[in-house]
Design a protein around this ligand. Sequence first.
Ligand code: GLN
Length: 252
Amino acid sequence: MSGLELRIVTLYPDVMSVYADRGNLIALEARCRARGLGTAVNAVSIGAALPADADVVLIGGGQDSEQQRIAPDLTARGAQLRAWADAGVAFLAVCGGFQLFGHSYRTGEGEELPGIGLFGVTTVAPPPGAPRCIGDVLAVAEDPALGELVGFENHGGRTYLGARARPFARVRFGFGNNGEDGTEGALRDAAIGTYLHGSLLPKNPAVTDWLIARALAHRYGQQPALPPLADAFAERAHAAAAAVAMRRARRV
Ligand code: GLN
């Protein structure tokens, strides 16, 4: 696949990256490099300009205080990011980033942070002192090509899907969006929103390849078959995380 290149945008990597979310970029780049596929990474933080176009966009999680810092800047970019999603740009938005990619996030203190509505979801946190959703997660993706997912979640906010929103996955062990309805994350076009840190992509190489295939389709107009890679190490990491989730997390 030499000669091809994907344009990656990381949003607020200096503010929004907890529980190793930066590993998502490292995994994405590594699986591109292993196939001779080039990457151009553009880190866009508060006040910086978005590039004219992108093929894949990553945003990680953060605490409420970090979400408060980025919310005004992010909402100013909302129309551009929604247009990219409509055009088939691949997205991975994790936890605090996922919450602000929904319609809104109300903090435990009652502050309403506006989101960009890229996903049709709304998030509300219970008052301070209420239990958080913390632990290892085992979920099954709605897209059969992705199969079993593993990750780690830690969130106060409870996310609810709107009438037309689709979940990314169904939780088997863990809390997922809200600990009530068994849903995990959201999926629209080539955009994934999820609570799964861990980081997600190194332990779930099928998700990495899903993003790469869609990013290639956005850039070059067709989804080429990706040459398989030797995944023994990633598969061991996935199996170890799955075993921990099954042993320690709440069963749904
Ligand atoms: N502040 C958000 C919450 O607790 C997101 C936390 C996170 O990104 N880990 O719900």
